[in-house]
Design a protein around this ligand. Structure first.
Ligand code: HEM
Length: 411
């Protein structure tokens, strides 16, 4: 930064322990005092925290780029600091390249395609709940492995490795750089995952199967067969996008419903309410809290002078709690409608897997409240992710409930 900034400079860091202790309160303060502000953390970045600012930047993809660039260091362009992973396609592409890859994903993530995945989602959810249902106690963090297993099964990767994939991608975003867990992820688990995906791509090139990796490898990009590297970048993004986010949504929802048994009862008595309730859980809990962009040209945004190369954080979670946009924004209102939340992002990068995430969340929350209707989370044993800057949620959720019968066949 060479010149003083004319807009508010705030002591804010979305990766700090202070912010993670209470992200909702931290963003509420920022939104009220300085919804477009500059912070010196991580080499400096703008943070946008009201609905209008987040909406405007997300829709202006020509100025607020998602592409990789040297600004802000090496690595994943949509996090601050940048995470040490390979290129993710299409989330790190700008137009026009973005469109060429996004259209490959649309047919396999449409409502009709997700309806075909539904039996697999139900089967895995039943299996996970069956593992604990007779015991009367569990850690829900294990039960919410469903999104990971469904994503790996769909792709055609080994479902037995779900914990390792989850840990690898989650750790690079949710553990602090320099911590033993982060270092282990970067030095051991990420290279292991890269090896698994690379081997699977080579195997499907040689012998396609009925799985998503084979589908991706059969696609053209503007008339040219997709490269192995591009397919890799899409597979890694699908795992990264598919695994942690939905688990985070369900983890926060299960804790909320333990604290609000009246709402749990409402959902049990009126299962049709679940679809709207899931949108409200997405709004209130925003599994993906905030993602970044890079400014492509000097511009003025809400009176603030932004410079080419400036990094910008779009706080989806804060936009979702903006009282200017949502009545009773701090309350979880199961019937809220319309609900124009930003939990899946906005603009051209709006989540490709939204229907998949919703379908898994509905099945998992639905089965837990039907099969464990009296579950109680042990609040003293709850453990949140070490930092909540990108993915918010719980990594330990001990609970007790009245035991019930298994429903599925053993695998
Ligand atoms: C509750 C669950 C989910 C949440 C909260 C979520 C959140 C998001 C957000 C905020 C974005 C926007 C990224 C940006 O603007 O930079 C995004 C994009 C994306 N998500 Fe999700 N996601 C979820 C589930 C999934 C699932 C299940 C998949 C895949 C199976 C997935 C795949 C993707 C992909 C491929 C993109 C990039 C889209 C593009 O660049 O065009 N997501 N997601």
């Amino acid at each position: 930064m060479t010149e003083p900034r004319k807009c508010p400079v705030v002591p804010f860091d979305h990766n700090s322990p202070g912010h993670s202790a209470d992200p909702v309160a931290s963003y509420a303060r920022l939104r009220a005092e300085a919804p477009v502000a500059w912070t010196e953390a991580h080499g400096g970045y703008w943070v946008l925290s009201d609905y209008d600012a987040v909406f405007a930047a997300a829709r202006d993809d020509a100025v607020f780029s998602s592409g990789r660039s040297p600004y802000g260091g090496e690595g994943l362009a949509n996090t601050i600091p940048k995470a040490p992973v390979r290129l993710h396609i299409p989330v790190e592409l700008d137009l026009p390249e973005h469109r060429s890859y996004r259209k490959i994903l649309n047919p396999v993530t449409s409502p009709a395609a997700v309806a075909e995945l539904q039996p697999m989602i139900e089967r895995w959810t039943t299996w996970f709940v069956d593992q604990v249902i007779e015991t009367g106690e569990c850690d829900f963090a294990g039960v919410i492995g469903v999104p990971a297993v469904v994503t790996l099964d769909w792709l055609g990767l080994d479902v037995g490795d779900w914990r390792r994939y989850s840990r690898a991608l989650h750790s690079v975003l949710a553990d602090s750089p320099g911590s033993p867990a982060h270092t282990h992820a970067v030095e051991v688990d990420i290279p292991w995952m890269e090896g698994q995906i690379t081997v699977a791509i080579a195997a499907r090139r040689a012998q396609p199967r009925d799985d998503l990796i084979s589908y991706l490898l059969a696609q053209d990009v503007d008339g040219t067969p997709i490269s192995d590297d591009a397919a890799y970048s899409m597979v890694e993004l699908l795992i990264s996008g598919g695994v942690g986010t939905t688990a985070s949504l369900v983890s926060q929802t299960l804790v909320h419903l333990s604290r609000h048994p009246d709402q749990r009862r409402q959902l049990l008595e009126d299962p049709d309410l679940l679809a709207r309730a899931v949108e409200e859980f997405l709004r209130a809990f925003s599994p993906t809290q905030a993602l970044a962009r890079t400014v492509t040209q000097d511009t003025e945004f809400r009176g603030c002078p932004m410079k080419r190369g400036d990094r910008v954080l779009l706080a989806w979670s804060s936009a979702n709690r903006d009282p200017g946009q949502f009545e009773d924004a701090e309350d979880v209102v199961l019937t809220r409608w319309p609900n124009r939340h930003t939990a899946f992002g906005m603009g051209i990068h709006r989540c490709a897997g939204a229907h998949v995430g919703r379908a898994i969340a509905k099945e998992l929350i639905g089965q837990v409240i039907r099969r464990m209707p009296d579950y109680v989370v042990d609040e003293a044993g709850l453990q949140t992710y070490p930092h909540q800057g990108v993915n918010a949620g719980f990594q330990r959720i001990p609970a007790t409930f009245t035991p019930g019968p298994r429903l599925g066949a053993d695998r």
